[in-house]
Design a protein around this ligand. Structure first.
Ligand SMILES: O=C[C@H](O)[C@H](O)COP(=O)(O)O
Ligand SMILES: C=C(OP(=O)(O)O)C(=O)O
Ligand SMILES: [Mn+2]
Length: 465
């Protein structure tokens, strides 16, 4: 195995899981060759910048909001779709920043989230069995043999779709759209109609007044006009991720330049597997999903493999244990990792451990379960005195009906109205904002509790004298 960066052949020799079964290897080679000369989508320096911000989170000085679709689609690369997603993420980030009073690191599950690991390899409908849909990066959703056959040319479409999404995202977040003075416009058309609308309007009004005060004092600086926003996806398909890993001219080290932050999924995090081998060489900040079977020793071994130098901000553990299990399963994992002296970011994914099939066949999640897992995550960190570093949410900026519950009390019978996800059910915009308000309550409580504790443990005046 090469020490700088393993070859694609070396990675394939490790029997990677959840790859595309391409019928034509020559066509794959041609695509890989073409991808390998395409320009980077992100710059190595931006990845370093994000790693620095995540280091701050690990040191209790920040909170991560990571969110977006379970599976992006090529069809979804429209101005409306991308801007709606950004609007909801920016609104959530404001709610969280206001509560936590620490910087919120904003990371989209976007501009590359096109490949899905699936539970089964095939799908049967009406007696016909075809390969399962594995995301637009691999095959088409239509239930025909043509659409379901993996096509490597789709990887070029992933690159193009990601470039277009990232371009628009960069324009939005730096070009005035994210200016705090625009805060009312992010949600003006929808928040008022929802149960969380009033709270949003109140908060936006409060922020607007604070902003007007600061501007009057001459403090209208750059930090209010634009935000830092980063792109992330699961690094699943080796052909794509490998072709977009480049040696950085500044440091002579490999970076995955298909996104700022990439993560290893729950299904591909084998210690001796190809994904760990690939990502242990790249310099980006890395996420690792940890499901309910994870032990503290597993987590520690992954951290040792992927971050032998204990680089601050390098590792984020994204736990997805399930609402019923998190309070029991998470503490030993955190304890063992923290006892090693590592400073990692702990992020809660309250989506993937809480999926179930509704009576009418829709794959769904209950907003109450999602919140229960988030609350469990905060409870565990409160008990252990560790830092709840962030949340990882499957969401959309649209008014879909994919998860039940929430302020609008969506029922299972509503799911058919607007179920648009091609993979997992996402929180819609109202449910997402509601989650942000509930998380903000936990952040405020934590801040107040810590403040009180600090006051109680502070030396008294006569000791100081
Ligand atoms: O997004 C995560 C996985 O790809 C997804 O949960 C798998 O879904 P499946 O069980 O329908 O294959
Ligand atoms: C596949 C996913 O999650 P996990 O690896 O945690 O199952 C996902 O985040 O969409
Ligand atoms: Mn998912």
């Amino acid at each position: 195995m090469s020490e700088v960066f393993p070859s694609l052949a070396e990675l394939h020799a490790l029997n990677p899981k959840h790859q595309a079964a391409y019928p034509d290897p020559v066509a794959v080679d041609e695509v890989v060759k073409e991808l390998s000369v395409r320009p980077p989508l992100v710059f190595a320096g931006e990845c370093d910048d994000l790693r620095g911000k995540l280091a701050q989170v690990a040191q209790r000085k920040g909170f991560v909001l990571q969110g977006g679709d379970c599976a992006e689609t090529f069809e979804g690369v429209t101005a409306a779709n991308v801007s709606n997603k950004l609007r909801v993420l920016l609104a959530m980030a404001v709610v969280l920043t206001y509560a936590a009073q620490v910087p919120v690191v904003k990371i989209g599950r976007l501009a590359g989230q096109y490949a899905k690991p699936r539970s089964k390899d095939t799908e049967t409908r009406g007696g016909i069995t075809l390969p399962v849909y594995k995301g637009d990066a691999v095959n088409g959703f239509a239930f025909t043999p043509e659409a379901r056959t993996p096509d490597p040319k789709r990887l070029l479409d992933v690159y193009n779709a990601s470039a277009a999404t990232l371009n628009l995202t960069r324009a939005f977040v730096t070009g005035g759209f994210a200016h705090l003075a625009q805060i009312h416009s992010w949600n003006s058309d929808w928040a008022k109609t929802s149960g969380v609308g009033t709270r949003w309007e109140e908060l936006a009004g409060e922020i607007e007044r604070a902003l007007a005060f600061m501007v009057a004092c001459g403090m209208d600086d750059e930090s209010m006009r634009k935000v830092d926003f980063f792109a992330s996806h699961e690094a699943l398909l080796l052909e794509y991720e490998h072709a977009l890993t480049r040696i950085d001219s500044r440091t002579a080290k490999p970076y995955n330049v298909s996104g700022h932050f990439v993560w290893i999924g729950e299904r591909t995090r084998q210690l001796d597997g190809a994904h760990v081998e690939m990502l242990r060489h790249v310099q980006n900040p890395i996420g690792i999903k940890l499901g309910p079977t994870t032990t503290g020793a597993d987590a520690l071994a992954l951290a040792d493999a992927l971050d032998p130098d204990h680089q601050p901000g390098r590792i984020s553990f994204i736990t997805r244990m399930g609402a019923k299990k998190i309070r029991e399963l998470l503490p030993p994992v955190i304890e063992q990792v923290e006892a090693s002296g590592r400073e990692v970011v702990w992020i809660c994914d309250p989506m993937h451990g809480n999926t179930f099939e509704a009576a009418n066949g829709y794959k769904t999640r209950d907003f109450n379960d999602v919140m229960d897992e988030v609350n469990g995550f905060f409870d565990v960190h409160d008990q252990l005195g560790t830092w709840p570093g962030g949340v990882h949410i499957e969401l959309t900026g649209d008014d879909v009906t994919e998860c039940v519950g929430g302020a609008d009390a969506l029922a299972e019978t509503d799911l058919g109205d607007r179920y648009e996800s091609l993979c997992d059910p996402r929180l819609n915009r109202n449910q997402s904002l509601e989650l942000a308000f509930l998380v903000s309550q936990r952040l405020t409580d934590g801040r107040l509790k810590r403040g009180l504790r600090d006051l109680q443990t502070a030396p008294t005046a006569d000791v100081l004298a």
